[in-house]
Design a protein around this ligand. Sequence first.
Ligand SMILES: *Cc1c(COP(=O)(O)O)cnc(C)c1O
Length: 427
Amino acid sequence: MSKYSIETKCIQSGYKPGNGEPRTLPVNISTTYKYDSSEHLGKLFDLKVDGHMYTRISNPTVACVEDKIADLEGGTGALLTSSGQAANLIAILNITSAGDNIVSMSSIYGGTVNLFAVTLKKMGIETRFVTENMTDDEVDALFDDRTRLVFGETIANPALTVFDFDRYVPIAHKHGVPVMIDNTFATPILCKPFELGADIVIHSTTKYMDGHATVVGGVIVDGGRFNWDNGKYPELTTPDTSYHGVVYTRDFGCDKAYITKARVQLMRDFGVPLSPMSSFILNLGLETLALRVERHSENAMKVADYLSKSDKVSWVSYPLLENNKEYEKAKKYLNGGASGVISFGVKGGRDAAVKFMDSLKLAAIVVHVADARTSVLHPASTTHRQLTDEQLVNAGITPDLVRLSVGIENVNDIIADIEQALTESQK
Ligand SMILES: *Cc1c(COP(=O)(O)O)cnc(C)c1O
């Protein structure tokens, strides 16, 4: 980890050019690498020397962006994936097998709910969901000797609940399992989950990290502090038969065992890497991450204030509004901002919400959040329409909920657009 502050890391971490080399990150569009001897390649295959073998596993351009993100989060290593969903899948399968279970907050991204409740279940991995009003004893009762991790989102998409680190980190660690945090909305600018006790961090880089709605991607970051050698993670602490006997904790240390296994075993087998070109584009986004997230948060705070005063709005949820139930946690865990995402209800329910959205001129209806342009979405009829009513309630979504992703345009223009569309919504 470098000593610089996060704004500097956004620009300077990762790629380190030598004398006379390109100033900006070179894009190595090559699937393959050249070796002077078969012996050297043999050592690479044995993981005895560092280097690149094949771009499915690693690539110099991709590696620089991975290093930057690891540095931004304060982790020991990172693995870029072709999407946030791929990151979640690999992050979980890296330490679970059929017969195991995981404990997850119920208020998480709809795609992740599907992954957990349907697809992982088919693979024999059960998810036990923590619902809103559970007591500590009830949460404790979800764990057994096959529980392998606790999962949550720093700021949940789209419910905007804030993960309670001080509550769940001690519970997870008491049960000898790591805390895995999807930090997509907060980004390392607003929250550093490793400093709050989390062990693994995941992002959909598609959102603020890319920031311009250009490339789909994901990343897994290893915090490097979890002690895997507690009997629950034999895949990390005993020989990997698919890798001629590598023992990840012994050969790479506890601090890099997890991320090394994710790369050389699961990325090898699933083949969901981020391409060098996509990594280059992601890196451009990362360079301005600190500036953008600051402005997104500032604009969203003003829009949330405006909405909470409007007589055409029935409720507003933004973690940093003082009357929000997440306010105390947002103050405690988030660094002065709560991202650009706001949810609110338009008076008149589902029909008025749709009329509001159709009347917007600057903000666009898109299936996306967290990029430079202001956008809106109606989760109940789009991203979350595969969920049952009960899952919708648990994910914090009502039929009138509009998810507004406040961009970095001038905030007065954003508010003026919202104002005229709200007027239309009530006609
Ligand atoms: C979008 C999103 C995902 C999924 O990421 P993709 O890049 O779309 O695959 C996962 N978690 C959260 C919190 C998200 O917002």
